[in-house]
Structures are given as structure tokens and as C-alpha cells.
Design a protein around this ligand. Sequence first.
Ligand code: FA5
Length: 342
Amino acid sequence: MLVALSAVLNDLLSQVEEFVEDATRRIGEVSYAGLGELKSELFGKRSALNVLKKQLGELDETERKAAGQRLNEARGDVGEMLETRADQLEAAARAVRYEAERLDLTEYGETAALGHLHLVTQARDRLEDLFVGMGYEVAEGPEVETAWYNFEALNIPDWHPARGSFDTIFVELGGPEEVMLRSHTSPVQIRVMETTEPPIYIVAPGRTFRSDTADATHLPAFNQIEGLVIDRGITMGDLAGTIDEFVRGFFGTEVKSRLRPSYFPFTEPSAEFDISRPDGSWLELGGCGMVHPNVLRNCDIDPETWQGFAFGFGIDRLAVMRYALDDIRELVNNDVRFLRQF
Ligand code: FA5
């Protein structure tokens, strides 16, 4: 049986067809940049579709069902068309971007370009050279440490609040909080003092880890260089002179440095060491101080006979200063276009 359609329904259905036709044309013509706007025009609150939907209320129940169904189909079809077109446009835009950012990483032909050492490696090598030139030896220690080396022998017992300030990353080995990724290079001081008779003059560069969130001056995996001197009659003056010498050697005379009183459980007195930025502000580079007598005793060294100083600097921060970078994260983004400049 044929039922005559009401004029309202007829009108509504033809408007749906018009909408589909118009949408099809516009989707065919849209550019990548115009996608978002077209989407909201076709499906947003003020779209023709929404207006039509509101008109459904003027129909009786049977007609409303039929019209609603057609409206949904139209919406689905147009949606699919838009998605397909968006995929195509995105792929095309990506292809253009890839082409523009293309890097030739092949190394063949007569003019094969040699790479160079990473900035942090360059800074570390230079630091080693500087200190070896001053009579130091280079020492190493493991990156995974026990609580004894990372904390206890350094005069930081488990109740000590300073443990909290290291944001340590623990490893699931042994008892709770017994094994960790070293949070500084200071444990190498203990390893050297346990196995070497003084006098001791060492530097120990290496990777260190903390659950720090990466920002312009912090990385969760970074590098420090530890220094340790144990000899007879060593004073804070020797420490200050050594730091001065190192700053001049590493940066030249235009960079200033300063020591600020500070606290570390393993040195007494302790200081923090800053260097001047070109804009006149100061960047904290590391800590230092006279080795605490408890630390010497923990390593069977008699503090009545032997004294010494220690320091620990951030190598990544040294590299940031030396190469005038804005952000320490540039060092780990591994963008060859950036790294090639140095
Ligand atoms: C220490 O780690 C002490 N062990 C230093 C020390 C050694 C003091 C010997 C006395 C005697 P501190 O937590 O301040 O101290 O870190 C030393 C330096 O490491 C900082 O000044 C900074 O240059 C660098 N550093 C610390 N955390 C980060 C990080 N998340 N990213 C990059 N560099 C860091």
C-alpha cells in the first residue's frame, strides 16, 4: 500500500539530499588547513544537519522514524567521506613535511662525512684532560650501587633526611631500598678510598640517575664528574684554587664562579659552586667541600693524618654553558641537525 508523504516530510527529505550534495562537493574541495572548520560546519551545533534534526519533531511517529533513519544514514555517509578525505590530505601533508625534512644518512662515496663525538662526551674528555694535566687519575665505578656506597659510607644513614633529596631510583634486588641506580658519582670516592692508599688525586666521570622530571636544566639520566683529593695538610684554599683553575681552563676567563655555603653530609664545611651566565644570572654546577672525618673513617683512613676535598659537577650543565644552549634537553633529542653544529 502506498502512503502519501506529507509535505513536511517531502521537504525535509529533499533538504537532506541537498545537504549530502553540498557536503560532497565541499569535502572534495577542502584543503588540509580547512578540514577542522568544515567538520564543525557540517556536524556542529549550527550545522544544516542539526537544523533538520530539530524539524523531526513536526512529523508524526511513522514519518519521524523514516526521516530520522535517512538523516542518520546521511550523517554516517558524509562522516565517512570526510574521514577518508582527511586521511588523504594528512598523508599528503606528511609526505610534503618528510620531503622537506629529509636527511641523507647514508655514508658512501668519496666524501663520506665523519661524525663527531657527542657534546657531553667532548665535555667529559676535556674535563679529564684538564684534571689529568693537574696530576689527577681517572677512576670509575658501577652505575648500579648498594645503599652502602651511594649513602651509608657517605655519612647518610637510612634515617637521614638527605636521602630524600636525591630522588633515588631503586632496583628490585635484595631488600627494599638496598640496590639503586647511583644518584651521584660520590660512591666512587668510597670505592677508591677503600682500595687505594693516600695520597689520592682522582676524578670520576659517569652517568647518574634521579627520578627528576626533565626540564630546561634537569634530566633524569645525566652525567657528573666527581673529584677527590686526599693528602696531608689539604685545606679549603686548595679546593677553591682547584675550582678556579678548572673554570679558567674549561671556559676561559670571561666566566666567573662563586662558592656558596651549603650542606652535604659527606663534606664539612660544604659549598655549592655556581658559574655566571652571559645574562648575569648564576647556574648551579655542583657541590663541594672538605671530606667529612666520618667518611674517611668509614674507609679506614685516619682523619688525624689525612685530609682532603671532594667535588661533584653536572657535566651536562657544563656542556649547556660551554655551547650556550637554551635547554639541557637538546643534548638528548638526538637531532643530527642540532648536533652537527658543534
Ligand atoms: C651531589 O650530587 C653531590 N654528590 C655533589 C658533591 C660531591 C658535593 C662531592 C660535595 C662533595 P647535587 O645533588 O647538588 O650534589 O648535584 C650536583 C650537580 O649535579 C648539580 O649541581 C647539577 O649540576 C647536577 N645535577 C643534579 N641533578 C641534575 C639533573 N637532574 N639534571 C642535570 N644535572 C643535574
